[in-house]
Design a protein around this ligand. Sequence first.
Ligand code: HEM
Length: 329
Amino acid sequence: MARLFGSHSLTHQVLIQKGTTFSDRPEIYPLRAISTASYGPTWRAFRHNLASNFLRPSNVKSYSWARKYVLGVMIAHIQEQQEAVGTIKLPEDSKLTQTEMVSMCSEFLVGGTEATSNALQWIMANLVKHPCIQSKLYVEIVAVVGPPPPPPPPGVDHELELVITEENLQKIPYLKAVILEGLRRHPPGHIVLPHRVTEEVELQGYKIPKGATINFMVAEMGWDPEVWDDPMEFKPERFLMNDGSGVGFDVGGSKGIKMMPFGAGRRICPGADLALLHLEYFVANLIWYFHWTVPDGYTVDLTEQAKFTVVMKNPLKTKIFSRTKTTTA
Ligand code: HEM
């Protein structure tokens, strides 16, 4: 049975200050991959390879054509009916089997896309439910990039001429605030992957034995009324600096943990920056091109359902209008 941590300060102590003791994984997984590897040289090599190849900033940037292509597919889909892996270098004695290679690819392709697409759905659901927030976001987008072009006609091709570029995303602080608020209010994982303690530790009078499995109450930390005002309300403004000029929030929680949708410390999600980029890119462009409204007689239902990640029990329904025309489905 896992011991669960819900305290922000204790979690910071455990994951950041005493990270080496609390970053192992229990031996419950049959296959070696980044998320399942024991804390040690093999795990370090796996992560280093992911960070310095697949997730290297220049590599991520070189795939902006793929993001644009996917956006085009999404927009074409909306109109009708409405992501290179680098080489893996390992310590000499630890060759990967073919099965382990497949497991590692699926870990960041399937795991990463599932969490990101769920987060996208939660964020869009909140923008449909809160038209004032959607309008404010649209106004801020237009202030940076100008009015939207018409979407391409249905069924023609997926090549978009104009998209909000990754550079321009950096100039829209409210967009970042919306994404962070979505991840706070609806973290795709309500707990992280299990951690294993590598030596006996005493924390606030409690002994945690060597080998114990621990986890962290990610969702509850983001909803804690001691830390967040009106925690169950969707209020992106809470992430803006007082003058509204930017977002001063450290997702990694190195100085203090207020929420941890990507975990924290040594095992923090290595895909966090990529996921944030994808969320900002797709939300910004989808809101720029289309006005997302509530269909007659329908109420956006934010009931959660635990699957591999936490999903919307009743998927979002929305009526979408091109910002430059009067109708689409
Ligand atoms: C919104 C999207 C995402 C969320 C919320 C998310 C969240 C998380 C969380 C909570 C963990 C566990 C941290 C822990 O055990 O302490 C994790 C681990 C991991 N994530 Fe993500 N993730 C996302 C997207 C991605 C993407 C896009 C990738 C790949 C490109 C990725 C790859 C990984 C890997 C490989 C691990 C294991 C890290 C390790 O054990 O050292 N994730 N993620």
